[in-house]
Write a protein that binds this ligand. Sequence first.
Ligand SMILES: NC(=O)c1ccc[n+]([C@@H]2O[C@H](COP(=O)([O-])OP(=O)(O)OC[C@H]3O[C@@H](n4cnc5c(N)ncnc54)[C@H](OP(=O)(O)O)[C@@H]3O)[C@@H](O)[C@H]2O)c1
Length: 237
Amino acid sequence: MGPVANALVTGGARRVGAAIARELAARGARLAIHYHRSEPAARALAAELGGVAVCADQTDAAQVERALGEAWDALGSLDLVVANAATFRRTPLDGLSEADFDEQVGVNLKGPFLWCLAAGRRMKARGAGCLVNVSCASTRRPWADHVPYAAAKAGVEGMTLALARALAPAVRVNAVAPGPVLLPEGSDGAQAARAAAATLLGRVGRPEDVARAVAFLAESPYITGQVLAVDGGMGIR
Ligand SMILES: NC(=O)c1ccc[n+]([C@@H]2O[C@H](COP(=O)([O-])OP(=O)(O)OC[C@H]3O[C@@H](n4cnc5c(N)ncnc54)[C@H](OP(=O)(O)O)[C@@H]3O)[C@@H](O)[C@H]2O)c1
């Protein structure tokens, strides 16, 4: 695939997802911005980029299928889906519950799975397409108080490789694994310093670093089944 014509970015209204949407739009793509709760931001970005906004709770297969269909129909088809939406919160072992696990794995693994399945089947039938999942560099250096999150993101990487085989040769499937590029809202200076110190480059990255890697994978016709770390060297620190 050369330049991306039509793309859906999940969780595209804000933060890293919005940077990915802007990068793809700057390269000429028409965008579908998926959102869950950020409707005003999604509609504003879609209007700015000349795209559409679609809503789904990605833990619900029917909602994902409907939203994917809306995006597909609005843009004529999709040649790229970026499964970016996720949730991130501390779940220390003391007090960690089955509900915590179900929530983290539901949003962070089942969610991307549902998007990939819905989009991958349509792309395979059409004979072309590309999926990019957003994992996390912490799969190689997991945090002790994020066990369900680590399990989910490692699952995303395994799923990426399996789907690359299942959907070849029509559909390429890759992932990016960001390091710290945008700290959770409310993070303080000490957290930023710890995040920077966890990398080889000694600094927090930017959402645009992830966006460029997503675009690179989308535009590289001979790459499939890969996980590209965009982590300032955190994974080998
Ligand atoms: N930020 C970083 O430094 C960093 C580091 C490593 C990996 N990553 C990965 O990069 C991606 C983007 O990071 P981020 O920090 O921008 O993410 P984020 O702000 O935590 O979440 C992105 C979006 O996910 C959507 N979302 C959450 N629960 C959902 C649900 N049940 N159904 C559908 N959508 C849901 C939300 O959309 P609404 O706002 O519309 O509700 C949210 O805005 C994530 O996959 C993250 O794990 C980020």
